[in-house]
Write a protein that binds this ligand. Structure first.
Ligand code: AMP
Length: 248
């Protein structure tokens, strides 16, 4: 079966971000960028399916500035077979991303779309669900275990009370959680090999989608600074201090 893995290029999660002085957004100029960590987990899972002979082809897609090609090369170095870059300077939002992914699904006809449960830059947690709805496909979100067979997938989902196991018929959209697997580091020979793997370039117009955002961000603020802590000698002192401060 063919598997499609959408990957988003985001600010490296280990980099500290700053809000622009006018509060209009986060200043990402010159920051280190990386593949969204949940998407690395999705690529890893798809590549393992290929290695086990469950998947025949792993196609990866990214939507954004021309540099998304760098992120796609990482997915190719991890083991994806080919890539599609949908290039736009617009900061696309989940509904428009989902519409473009639907158009790609219609062209590529994968049996499974596996993707991150959320992008760590905007924390939307919407795209997978919207894509499943647009396609009229089954969805299984927050996967921490996936058993894929020809016609269906059994998915363990991380929910508040524990693990919920669902079975979905294919085709399906599956979004992945942190504990599904540990993504591999690409080896140097595979990074070299990835340079020769095919990357197709498209625009939103090629997919018949207007990428203009519908949601307007009004203002961004830093969280309040934490006050310095103080070490206490005993539980008694801790409780007295908490009472004094009106915490308990
Ligand atoms: P979100 O709904 O924005 O939190 O993103 C959820 C998932 O949708 C991500 O983990 C990606 O797999 C996918 N996704 C979101 N934005 C993009 C994008 N611009 N290009 C490719 N995939 C994306």
């Amino acid at each position: 079966m063919k598997v499609l893995v959408p990957v988003k290029r985001v600010v490296d999660p280990y980099v500290r971000v700053r809000i622009r002085a006018d509060g209009s957004g986060v200043d990402i100029a010159n920051l280190k960028m990386a593949m969204n960590p949940f998407d690395e987990i999705a690529v890893e899972e798809a590549v393992r399916w290929k290695e086990r002979g469950i998947a025949e082809e792993v196609v990866t897609v990214s939507i954004g500035e021309p540099k998304v090609v760098e992120t796609l090369r990482t997915a190719l170095a991890m083991g994806a077979d080919r890539a599609i870059a949908v290039q736009t300077e617009v900061a696309v939002q989940p509904l428009e991303v989902a519409k473009m992914l639907r158009a790609i699904v219609e062209r590529e006809q994968p049996r499974v779309v596996i993707m991150g449960k959320q992008a760590v830059d905007d924390d939307s947690n919407q795209t997978g669900q919207m894509l499943a709805a647009l396609l009229g496909w089954a969805q299984a979100t927050f996967a921490s275990r996936i058993d894929l067979s020809d016609g269906e997938a059994e998915v363990a989902r991380e929910v508040d009370e524990g693990i919920e196991v669902v079975r979905v018929k294919l085709p399906a959209v599956i979004t992945v959680d942190l504990r599904l697997n540990e993504p591999r580091y690409a080896s140097l020979p595979n990074i070299m090999k990835a340079k020769r793997k095919p990357v197709e370039t498209l625009t939103p117009a090629d997919l018949g989608v207007d990428p203009t955002p519908r949601l307007e961000y009004i203002r961004f603020e830093e969280p309040p600074k934490r006050q310095a802590g103080r070490k206490v000698e005993s539980v008694r002192e801790l409780v007295e201090e908490l009472v004094k401060r009106g915490v308990i």
